[in-house]
Ligand binder design. Structure first.
Ligand code: SAH
Length: 346
């Protein structure tokens, strides 16, 4: 039975389900059953566009480690590592700088775990952040991980704010206003928004950010989080489905398209900052990569492989230009109290 059929049965038996349950079930099925990345898949990410992305991340992490006095027992942790491309590129750059951390991946998809095993032999896998080792400083990376975690949607109605639920109408899944939400749960500057306004919150993302921040706070280290989203908590629906490099309807074919939502960096930042860490950014990915010297890196690689010059410059441009991935994508850093600040945020 398809996931859509199973969800229809579930809803027929129990009534409409929260958007967060719909998104969680759809994405769990989606990622468990395919490798969605690349030209032949549904979408492409920065590390799949160019090795420079992972290499620069590796260099930032190696630099922080160096300035921290080159401690032993380091762990490289990646959340949702996809094909393992970013990790492989980052680990190669770290190795060149004398850093060889133990590798721990948080990944639920068996298909992607085996892709990761090919590129990063010797990694250890975990279902959830809470299962990561609790000793040794952590160098953590999450690229396009938080956007895939489930969101709740709250909608303003004539009778106050309500949780948005997903029901069924014929073949289609349809969102509709459900039980009331206390106004105190809505941020002050949004509370009076007009009828029909939707806001999104991601308790799953905040829980992950808090757990990661707690670990770094206790064990030392830094985290780099890159994703598309906004710097301030704001109203508006951003849930989207992507299939074969095009937008699709999130309410049809659950589990057959990637469901994502913009990351609320302010909320992530507040979740992490509550633990005593220093937060850096968020800054535009284009500015961050430019400060790290992506153009010089592209030219150096092009000098070594002149036939790839055009490809390298095009890739660097795709990652930094505001009309492409440079502006909508944001990068945020976290560092433990006794650890140095990662480069690229000033
Ligand atoms: N970071 C990679 C892949 C991004 S796609 C890249 O930039 O190319 C999202 C990744 O998060 C996939 O690896 C997916 O399997 C994983 N993922 C999604 N939901 C997850 C969850 N709840 N727990 C762990 N991993 C998850």
């Amino acid at each position: 039975m398809s996931l859509a059929d199973r969800l229809r049965r579930l809803i027929a038996a129990q009534g409409p389900i929260p958007v967060s349950d719909y998104m969680a079930l759809a994405n769990a099925h989606y990622y468990a059953t395919r490798d969605p990345l690349g030209a032949a898949g549904d979408f492409i990410t920065a590390p799949e566009i160019s090795q420079m992305f992972g290499e620069l991340i590796g260099l930032v992490l190696a630099d922080v480690w160096n300035r921290a006095g080159r401690p032993g027992g380091m762990r490289y942790v990646e959340l949702g590592p996809g094909r393992g491309t970013l990790a492989a590129d980052a680990l190669r750059a770290m190795r060149a700088a004398g850093l060889e951390p133990e590798v721990h991946f948080v990944e639920t998809s068996p298909v992607l775990r085996s892709a990761q095993a090919e590129r990063v032999p010797g990694a250890a896998w975990h279902e959830h952040i809470s299962a990561l080792p609790d000793d040794g400083p952590i160098l953590a990376v999450a690229n396009e991980f938080f956007d895939a975690l489930p969101i709740r949607q709250l909608v303003a109605t004539d009778s106050g704010w309500r949780e948005r639920l997903v029901g069924v109408d014929g073949d289609r899944f349809v969102p509709a206003a459900g039980p009331p939400i206390p106004a105190s749960a809505i941020p002050d500057h949004i509370r009076a928004a007009p009828r029909g306004t939707i806001i999104e919150t991601s308790p799953a993302s905040l829980a992950c950010a808090r757990l990661l921040a707690d670990r770094i706070n206790m064990q030392g280290g830094v985290a780099l989080i890159a994703d598309y989203g906004h710097d301030r908590t704001s109203a508006g629906e951003t849930l989207q489905a992507v299939r074969m490099h095009n937008y699709a309807d999130p309410w049809t074919g659950p589990g057959e398209a990637d469901l994502t939502a913009h990351v609320d960096f302010q909320a992530l930042m507040e979740a992490a900052a509550g633990t005593g860490l220093r937060v850096h950014g968020p800054v535009a990915q284009g500015d961050w990569l430019a400060r790290l010297g992506i153009q010089a890196r592209a030219e150096a690689l092009a000098a070594a492989a002149p036939n790839r010059g055009e490809e390298l410059r095009t890739a660097a441009n795709r990652l930094v230009s505001p009309g492409q991935m440079g502006q909508l994508f944001r990068v945020m850093g976290l560092s433990a109290p006794a650890w140095p600040d990662p480069e690229g945020f000033q």
